[in-house]
Design a protein around this ligand. Sequence first.
Ligand code: PEP
Ligand code: MN
Length: 471
Amino acid sequence: MSIPEPWSPSSWKSKPIAQDVAYEDPAHLAKVLSKIERLPGMVTPSEIERLRHQLAMVQRNEAFLLHAGDCAESFDACTHENLSNKIGLILSFSLILIWGARRPVVRIGRIAGQYAKPRSSPKEVIDGKEVLSFRGDNVNGLDPNDRTPNPERLLSAYFHSTTTLNHVRGLLTSGFASLHHPRDWSLNHVRSPSLRKEFENIVDNLSDALDFSRTIGVESGPAFEKGGARGTVGEVDFYTSHEGLMLEYEQALTRLLPIPAGISVPSASGNKTYYNTSAHFLWIGDRTRQLTHAHVEYFRGIRNPIGVKVGPSMKGEELVRLLGIVNPEKEGGRVTLITRYGAGKVAEFLKGHIQAVQESGHPVVWVCDPMHGNTLTSSTGLKTRNFGTIISELTSSLRIHAQCNSRLGGVSLEFTGELADDGFSVTECLGGSMELSEDELGLRYQSFCDPRLNFEQSLDVAFLISNYFKN
Ligand code: PEP
Ligand code: MN
């Protein structure tokens, strides 16, 4: 085995890079980055280590992972209402899982930093004019006249992330997440009566159980306390994540910090190691996971738990080599594989990937992303996804894992609790128990990136998973 080259937060710069952003003024970029380097980190080593610990529990079948949020956040959507609706949906979804599947749920939001987007083409034609593609609010503007990458947007991304995280931390420590008030998480716009009833049943049963516990004097402590992993943000654990695409930004927030007491880090030479303090969890996208390229190089050196998107073009031996690079010590909780093949391809690829990883002895958490392989264009030209194919990829994944003596540890979803101005849920994906049709898609289509499941369609998915694990 060859000895790995030394790593540093900037060693990725000597490698080829996919999805690079070309800035016109490098001095301006350098100035912004040096400012970000001096700003405080957003998350702490002990929170990051706690998430690693909890992901190791997911891998051992002791908990379930919910990774969810928008395809891309926007600066404009950073409002009290949007963030509260988002957190409300994540809490409702996890309550259904906890209640039905009777296991703790690790919640990681695609939130507080999910701004950058990889694109299939660097340019696009709008109204007959060729412009640079929109790369996310931290790079350029959605407006076709504002497509030149502007470094100031990285700083704005930092501040929008901190504002978001501050609001989320506040919400979760102020009783919003309390199991005594799940109705506050907003069910008003769920139009299917059976779905409402199912959720309300859980809430009623839960209230009874809580009353009973209170009567007999049992304390209701956090579900993870037993594992030495206490809540991150008050009453419930909640973690942040984004795709680690803009490596200059990630590097600026990578800090050499003391390793919390009781944690052993095999690769560390002293009592410090490199943490990426921009989020608890970062993932490598399907377009930037080349073994010898910059993103994999950057990711191998950070201590955070990481995700790797795995699509149909990944070869089994390539996947095992990638695991060898980012997790040479085969540590549990370090790598989550997020598979995204499409309903029509999952049967062809998942089994081979599971078997290759099993033979390698690498511990991983397997997560199904049933969104990204199932995107289509509606007859009216809108980018959409069909609820049926999302469920089909998810149920196939559950079945294939069971057949391979493996286990699906979680789901990765693009969903939103966001409401349109008229107070109704967005209409971006087809089907679900609300039976959203093609002509309804245009009514409240708000995503400027990938289509998201709305509140009601998301609860449908939660019940499906919860029922699977109940049986
Ligand atoms: C995403 O998660 O929004 C995304 C772009 O996914 P992928 O890298 O799997 O295409
Ligand atoms: Mn997406």
